[in-house]
Design a protein around this ligand. Structure first.
Ligand code: AMP
Length: 285
């Protein structure tokens, strides 16, 4: 694979590929790669001629400076993992902050998110989604992919990227990819490596309770399901629920009765010590 740092280098390489009618699959990441990321890469490899993976820890999507400063950066390990799945023709793009944001104005894209950013991660992490759409839009402008691959792990982010594409009428297909989990059920995340060892076992409890709540939901009202999830997770000494909402799959609006939506997703954010994790599950599917 080619490792490219500059926007110019990327554009040159892509121009040649596109003139040869190659389709481009794009996988944006913040690095510290795990099997979740690599599953996106594999999906791209299966559908597109060339895969572009980006590694960029985007400062504008962090609402907490400490979280940004602590975000794991292990480029050498990432490169060797990618070498196992990418070919010579594929690209790893690692731009600098200056490349991504040449001017102050380029740091904020103003976009109508149709209220999708009002809830859950949007209300917990001020400015987060504005940073996400700005960086993804920049990448889409640079890479002009035919398809871009995003994980359902970040369910709200996926909905917001789909809104970006719709709003700006972009010619890119967004491909949602299933959540990849550790053996004990914990959703894979770059942040998992920051969990203190004595708390790691407790973290698996999050997905265990989400799974149990799926059965519980069959015969119970939403308020009872919410109480069940929040109380069960909080009962673990290492876990602290920031929010749990059952949201309308399409509008992401938290709902209080099953009759309020046709499709639902339960979304949770939990602090495991200082590490903040998110996960989600579908109900009555
Ligand atoms: P990140 O590096 O956390 O920004 O994630 C980059 C992409 O990988 C996003 O589209 C995430 O949704 C996706 N992703 C992260 N973790 C997982 C996972 N466990 N399963 C599937 N996709 C994931």
């Amino acid at each position: 694979m080619d490792i490219i740092h500059s926007t110019e280098g990327l554009q040159k390489k892509l121009a040649v590929l596109k003139s040869n009618d190659k389709t481009i699959g794009f996988v944006p990441t913040m690095g510290a790669l795990h099997m979740g990321h690599l599953s996106l890469v594999q999906s791209s490899k299966a559908s597109d001629d060339v895969t572009v993976v980006s590694i960029f820890i985007n400062p504008t999507q962090f609402n907490d400076l400490e979280d940004y400063n602590n975000y794991p950066l292990i480029v050498d390990e990432d490169i060797s993992k990618l070498k196992n799945v990418l070919d010579d023709k594929d690209i790893l793009y690692m731009p600098s902050v200056k490349d991504m944001y040449p001017t102050e104005e380029s740091k904020i894209l103003s976009l109508d998110l149709d209220g999708l950013d009002l809830y859950m991660e949007g209300s917990s992490r001020e400015g987060h989604f504005s940073g996400v759409v700005t960086v993804v839009n920049r990448f889409f402008e640079m890479v002009k992919p035919n398809r871009a691959y995003f994980g359902l792990k970040d369910f709200q982010q996926l909905a917001i990227i789909e809104q970006l594409v719709k709003q700006k009428n972009l010619d890119v297909e967004i491909v949602p990819c299933e959540i990849v989990r550790e053996k004990d059920g914990l959703a894979m995340s770059s942040r998992n490596m920051l969990i203190q060892p004595e708390k790691r076992k407790s973290a698996a409890f999050i997905s265990e309770i989400l799974n149990k709540s799926k059965e519980f939901a069959i015969e119970n009202e939403i308020t009872d399901v919410k109480e069940f999830v929040i109380n069960s997770i909080n009962a673990n000494e290492h876990l602290d629920v920031e929010y749990f909402e059952i949201a309308d799959y399409n509008t992401l609006k938290p709902i209080n009765s099953w009759a309020d939506a046709e499709k639902y997703r339960g979304c949770v954010a939990v602090k495991v010590g200082k590490v903040r994790l998110i996960d989600n599950i579908g109900y009555k599917e």
